[in-house]
Design a protein around this ligand. Structure first.
Ligand SMILES: Nc1ncnc2c1ncn2[C@@H]1O[C@H](COP(=O)(O)OP(=O)(O)OP(=O)(O)O)[C@@H](O)[C@H]1O
Ligand SMILES: [Mg+2]
Length: 343
């Protein structure tokens, strides 16, 4: 595999990483400290990005989407937790910046919204500059840039300066730039996109997405896309829902952002906790206690109101653990020996 790189530092290899996983995020927390304040932006996030798949991330503003993308790309280090990259098979949160930068080159491309194009350079020069920064060897650089510009359909705009390009065209230059080191990696490459179609009209957004899908199918690159858009989410193989730094659901393709409850699959986190989707809790009047049962392959959660819990306590007579005297339901002190009953 071309994306395997030679790194001189000793790496703590993780042999259990499945072959089809490009990046594995394991129980990650990210806490930002700003002056006196601590913000928990990610709280126990685990997910795996699979080779050749498109994963989308949806969630309200401030739910931790950009933080997650930065943790995956090694731009921000998780405060706690592990992030494995397939090209290194090691936890990248332990690596030095130098090793990370080197490892990122043939493995991860970033596509930022209204991206970092230099306005005085033309299309070709912008992509070539990205290739140069990414360390594409000089002898193959020109050919690579031409190939990419063709792939994203910008041959006719090759000599146009960035200022004269439309939003969609700029976005395509950014895609070509994100791919400078990934087109020859035979899969296992990952493009991270933070709201790639955010500022585009729906039709142009659609074309950019088609391009992602085409690249995904032809060169096997995986995409991890933060989005608010129905269009994007509906093209993804899997969509992850983030709420307050917690993954509140996974969805297979064909998602409708207005009907998330129809397709949501919840997953236990590493400590066997289950996220409760707030839309369902709202529907049920935000109960805090549940009776949990399991029968015939079905788990049932029955909301318990305060009254129900009290009634249950009241109904149940019990025997005093100390003297064996019967204590009527609703009483918590044994009338015989004075022992206190703990519920
Ligand atoms: N560098 C930082 N320092 C302190 N707090 C931060 C920092 N970056 C993000 N946060 C906080 O972490 C939380 C998650 O932020 P993040 O940017 O990941 O959200 P987001 O889902 O991308 O939001 P949006 O949709 O608005 O882009 C927010 O409460 C934000 O204020
Ligand atoms: Mg963001």
């Amino acid at each position: 595999m071309n994306s395997t790189i030679e790194i001189k530092e000793e790496l703590d290899l993780y042999s259990e990483l499945p072959d089809d996983v490009v990046v594995s995020v394991n129980d990650c927390y990210k806490i930002y400290k700003a002056q006196e304040l601590e913000v928990v932006a990610l709280s126990g996030v685990s997910l795996q990005i699979l080779e050749g798949k498109i994963m989308a991330v949806v969630g309200a503003s401030g739910s931790g989407k950009t933080t997650l993308i930065n943790v995956i790309g090694g731009i921000t280090k998780a405060t706690v937790g592990k992030v494995y990259w397939a090209n290194l098979r090691t936890d990248i949160t332990k690596l030095s910046e130098r090793v990370l930068t080197e490892a990122r080159r043939n493995f991860i491309g970033f596509h930022f919204q209204l991206n970092n194009l230099l306005p005085h350079l033309n299309t070709w020069q912008n992509v070539e500059l990205s290739a140069r920064i990414a360390g594409v060897p000089r002898n193959i650089r020109k050919e690579r840039v031409n190939k990419l510009i063709k792939m994203v359909g910008l041959e006719e705009r090759k000599r146009n300066s960035a200022t004269t390009l439309s939003g969609g065209e700029k976005s395509r230059v950014a895609i070509a730039s994100a791919l400078v080191n990934l087109i020859d990696t035979e899969g296992k490459g990952l493009v991270l996109c933070d709201e790639p179609t955010g500022d585009l009209d729906p039709e142009t957004g659609e074309r950019i997405l088609d391009l992602f899908q085409e690249l995904n199918e032809t060169i096997g690159t995986s995409f991890f896309i933060v989005t608010h858009s129905q269009q994007v989410a509906s093209k993804a193989d899997v969509t992850v829902e983030l709420r307050d730094g917690v993954i509140s659901g996974f969805h297979q393709s064909g998602i409708d952002l207005d009907m998330l409850g129809d397709t949501r699959i919840v997953r236990l986190d590493d400590k066997h906790r289950l996220p409760m989707p707030t839309d369902l809790l709202d529907l049920a009047g935000n109960p805090r206690e549940f009776r949990l049962s399991y029968a015939d392959d079905i788990f049932t959660l029955e909301p318990q109101t305060g009254d129900v819990v009290d009634a249950l306590r009241e109904k149940k007579a019990r025997l005093c653990r100390v003297c064996g005297h019967e204590i009527p339901g609703g009483k918590f002190i044994c009338s015989n020996c004075g022992s206190q009953v703990t519920v």
